[in-house]
Ligand binder design. Structure first.
Ligand code: NOJ
Ligand code: CA
Length: 584
């Protein structure tokens, strides 16, 4: 046995690829999303095909083999539409056009088809809460008078106070600062205000307006007709607003918040579900829903609404056995009554990369408390991120991987301040470090920037600078190293795909010490994570399938996970030992 990456007896060898893939099996599997491994691809930072320093669809098309070899079932593309990129593409100017920096619509169609040939489905990102201020509707609204039909699609409102100088209410933007911006009348005098829950370049749509509903349903059809397997719905809990625009109560009860999780929203998604279900093969709706109340969260996953939603509760938990167990239990308990599978997410393009977060003294995540320059023990964080990957991938449901997570990239916390682009950073006046640090272009090969992100002879530097230390973390370097994060992810996903006990299903906790999490999936799979400070002895009579750190001596190191297959009896009935001083 080699340490760190141990081969499973049940693995099948190669992952999906062009060889032998059956399209009919692909289409017939209408439950694929319940167990899927979905790779989040941030186009701007994945691979640059034309050498201008910006990732694009041409770059993605050359890397599909990489994703097939990794073993993912689907790719979720963050917005690739025409956009001024005031918020990394979440400010959409035209939902039916690809931004020229990324490619063309024809190229997107070819990419969707080529990915299918690799056995990989495509999920697109739909942004219904707001549009770009460059969108034709908003430009028309600005050019029209107060009270006009063009303005009725947004939230235009006269100001309060003398001369309307004060905002219509005191709502604060999710990117800090006011949620209202004042317009100018054609004669240069100050005009109405418009609402934007994010930056001023992202005016909120009025979802009570029939045009808004009809247009988004048409956009959904536009992409589903092009063969995408599903949509990720941005800011899915924010669409509806209380038309009276009241102030936000100190402690709003369920359904009482004037702009979040309003009960009327469920009708929108029920209509979307009917639309998705009108296709003969399964097309899925995935919600980006940040809500503290897990039962309000799973209300969106009732059988006639969304298929799944990101489990941000798990992502936000610190590296702590009791806290993570609590998140796992409450997640599974809340999903069971609605029959939806849970999702497991360690990172995305909005949050601190796990390698950095798990190495910080406070390893929980919250936007409100995130600060620049918090020190991190990266070596410790990387160990824990490896262990967290095995833990998350063994849990019941589907799994999301954000690009670069499989390379163990850390948050780049020392980007030059004048190159930061995230409105979260810019609007906070620098208090919030923003999200650029998790969006740095990927290192593919070579020993210096652009590390194969752009082709040889590229004219542009990567749009955010890559640290020199990433020479050790390139795909090329990690492919050669059986102990690398990439090798761990590949083996992990190969075992996950071939083991019928993994993915959707149930979990059974096994007896263990408080700072150890141990559970079985079915009769022949066990996952153990050691959060304690000392090694623990692995149970005897089990085959070690994979471990995040060397466990060849029969001991699981601190901050490590192992996947085991009980050999002697179909049901593991031993008790895991608590921490022991042996083994190291
Ligand atoms: C959530 C997206 O993930 C984030 O990147 C974006 O800034 C906001 N929604 C606004 O669209
Ligand atoms: Ca490019």
């Amino acid at each position: 046995m080699t340490d760190g990456v141990l081969e499973g007896t049940a693995s099948t060898g190669s992952t999906a690829g062009t060889d032998g893939w059956s399209q009919s099996v692909f289409d017939a599997d209408d439950q694929w999303w319940r167990s899927a491994v979905i790779y989040q691809l941030y186009v701007r930072s994945f691979a640059d095909g034309n050498g201008d320093g910006i990732g694009d669809l041409a770059g993605v098309r050359t890397r599909l083999q990489y994703l097939a070899d990794l073993g993912v079932d689907a790719i979720w593309f963050t917005p690739w539409y025409l956009s001024p990129l005031a918020d990394g593409g979440y400010d959409v100017a035209d939902y039916r056009a690809i931004d020229p920096a990324f490619g063309s619509l024809g190229e997107a169609e070819r990419l969707i088809a080529e990915a299918r040939e690799f056995g990989i489905r495509t999920i697109v990102d739909i942004v219904p809460n707001h549009v770009s201020d460059q969108h034709a509707w908003f430009q028309a609204a600005l050019a029209s008078a107060p009270g006009s039909p063009e303005r009725a699609r947004f939230w235009f409102h006269p100001g309060r106070g003398k001369d309307g100088n004060e905002m219509p209410n005191g709502w604060v933007s999710n990117f800090s600062g006011p949620a209202w911006t004042r317009t100018q009348n054609p004669d240069g005098t100050p005009g109405e205000w418009y609402l934007h829950l994010f930056s001023a370049h992202q005016p909120d749509l009025n979802w009570s307006h029939p045009d808004v509903r009809a247009e988004h349903e048409a956009v959904l059809r536009f992409w589903l007709d092009r063969g995408v397997a599903g949509v990720r719905i941005d800011s899915a809990m924010l669409l509806m607003k209380d038309p009276a625009l009241p102030e936000i109560p100190a402690a709003p009860g369920p359904g009482e918040h004037p702009n979040t999780d309003r009960d009327e929203l469920h009708d929108v998604y029920r209509r979307w579900r009917v639309l998705a279900d009108s296709y003969s093969d399964s097309r899925i709706l995935v919600g980006e829903i940040w809500l503290p109340d897990i039962d309000r969260f799973t209300n969106y996953l009732r059988p006639d609404e969304l298929h799944t939603a990101f489990n941000f509760d798990f992502l936000a938990r610190p590296w702590d056995a009791a806290s993570l167990r609590d998140s796992i239990d409450s997640t599974l308990a809340a999903h069971a009554p609605v029959g939806a599978p849970a999702t497991w997410v360690l990172s995305n393009h909005d949050v601190t990369r796990p390698v950095t977060r798990y190495g910080q003294a406070d390893s929980s995540f919250a936007f409100a408390t995130r600060r620049a320059g918090v020190p991190s023990n990266i070596e410790l964080g990387r160990k824990r991120a490896r262990a967290a990957a095995l833990l998350a991938a063994a849990l019941p449901g589907s799994l999301y991987i954000y690009q670069g997570e499989e390379l163990g990239l850390e948050e780049v916390q020392d980007l030059p301040l004048d190159q930061l682009q995230d409105p979260m950073y810019l609007r906070s006046g620098g208090t919030d470090p923003g999200r650029d640090g998790c969006r740095v272009p990927l290192p593919w090969a070579g020993t210096s920037s652009p590390f194969g992100f752009s082709p040889a002879g590229a004219v542009g530097d990567p749009w955010l600078p890559q640290p020199n230390r990433w020479a050790e973390l390139t795909v090329e370097a990690q492919q050669r190293n059986p102990h690398s994060m990439l090798s761990l992810y590949r083996t992990m996903l190969r075992i996950r795909r071939s083991d019928p006990d993994l993915g959707d299903g149930h979990l059974q906790w096994l007896p263990s010490a408080d700072d150890v999490l141990a559970f079985a999936r079915g009769e022949s799979f066990i996952c153990i994570t050691n959060f304690s400070r000392v090694p623990i002895e692995l149970p005897s009579g089990c085959l070690l399938l994979l471990a995040s750190a060397d466990a060849s001596d029969g001991f699981l190191r601190s901050d490590a996970s192992a996947w085991l297959r009980p050999e002697r009896s179909p049901t593991y009935d031993g008790t895991l030992q608590g921490p022991t001083e042996g083994g190291e």
